[in-house]
Write a protein that binds this ligand. Structure first.
Ligand SMILES: [Zn+2]
Ligand SMILES: [Zn+2]
Length: 349
């Protein structure tokens, strides 16, 4: 076992504070790596604040993790010391069910995916995430970060990147497809960049036109304010795919109306409360309402390789660990362009 520094939440109301945690001994199939950067995902905040149920405190959040391998177990074949690697939202799963076998570990029906934090690992100990100096993970749940992607920019790809990549691939985003992204935040801005890189026609639907210049620079072809009722008249029946990255409740009927025949609206933002689905806009154009959650290990690797090939990386603001609590406040106020990434050097000490 090794002891590393971490930033932990001890309750829903206290600020995160520096502490120490232990990491397990490196087993035969394990990869140990120094964490260099960890992204701050909105899910981290929901979890530590107990908004998705009471977590198992202390919580060391962080599931957008990038670093450099320091040790590998005797049986490890995929990685060696010095490799650039990452870990996303889960560190294990049952490995036996049909979904695991198909590389859809995020939809594991056996044990369920074992979260990178606030879960219990195979060895019975709690899992702790990326707001820390180092981590030990089974090689099958470790991703290779291509050399051309700097580690700080690689971190947010492990959750925000694949959350958008997976539905874009599943619903065949590409040339000739009209895609809309609702919300230009941490998730949305990756949606714009990825859909653009795939060759699709990309429209941002944002509450206001405040970030329009950014949106167009990041690859959007069009940009509309959803506070303007004209937007919904003008874009009626327009899109093949709409990706909703907003975690607030929306008027689903209005957005479904923007889909073309056979179009699909995909929920990615996970609002806390249920939303009403009016049947007429669904049936009228044979539209679908769906959802999607991160991506499996093979698809996450495919996403990283795609981002390297197409030079797609997130817009980030690097912070020190002692700024995490302020960063949380700023995420809640949508005051970040577009992802906070923690430089964890001081936690490696
Ligand atoms: Zn996340
Ligand atoms: Zn499984």
């Amino acid at each position: 076992m090794s002891t590393v520094y971490a930033y932990a939440a001890n309750s829903a109301t206290e600020p995160l504070a520096k502490t120490t945690i232990t990491r397990r001994e490196v087993g035969p199939h394990d990869v140990a790596f120094d964490i260099h950067f960890a992204g701050i995902c909105h899910s981290d905040i929901h979890t530590v604040k107990g908004e998705w149920g009471t977590p198992n405190y202390p919580v060391v959040a962080g599931h957008e993790i990038a670093g450099v391998v320091t040790e590998v177990g005797a049986e490890v074949t995929k990685y060696k010391v010095g490799d650039h690697v990452g870990v996303g939202c889960f560190v294990d799963s049952c490995r036996e069910c049909d979904n695991c076998k198909a590389g859809l570990e995020q939809y594991c029906t056996g044990s369920g995916m074992i979260g990178t934090y606030n879960a219990t690992g195979r060895d019975g100990t709690p899992t702790y995430g990326g707001y820390s100096g180092a981590i030990v993970v089974d090689e099958n749940y470790v991703l290779r970060i291509p050399d051309s992607i700097p580690l700080d920019k690689a971190a947010p790809l492990l959750c925000a990147g694949v959350t958008l990549f997976s539905p874009l691939r599943h619903w065949n985003a590409g040339p000739g497809k009209k895609i809309a992204v609702i919300g230009l935040g941490g998730l949305g801005h990756m949606g714009v960049k990825l859909a653009h890189a795939m060759g699709a026609h990309v429209t941002v639907l944002s509450q206001s036109l405040k970030k329009m210049e950014d949106g167009l620079r990041l690859g959007a072809d069009e940009y509309y304010a959803t506070s303007d009722p004209d937007t919904f008249r003008k874009l009626r029946g327009n899109f093949d795919l709409i990706l909703n990255t907003v975690s607030a409740n929306l008027d689903l009927g209005a957005y479904l109306g923007l889909l073309a025949v056979d179009g699909t609206l995909v929920e990615l933002g996970m609002p806390e409360h249920a939303m009403e689905v009016p049947p007429f806009p669904l049936a009228g154009m044979r539209r679908s309402l769906s959802g999607s959650m991160i991506g499996g290990i093979p698809e996450t690797q495919e996403m990283l390789d795609f981002c390297a090939e197409h030079d797609v990386t997130p817009e980030i603001e690097i912070i020190q660990p002692d700024y995490i609590n302020e960063a949380y406040e700023r995420v809640l106020a949508s005051d970040v362009r577009y992802r906070f990434v923690i430089d964890t050097a001081s936690l490696r000490g």
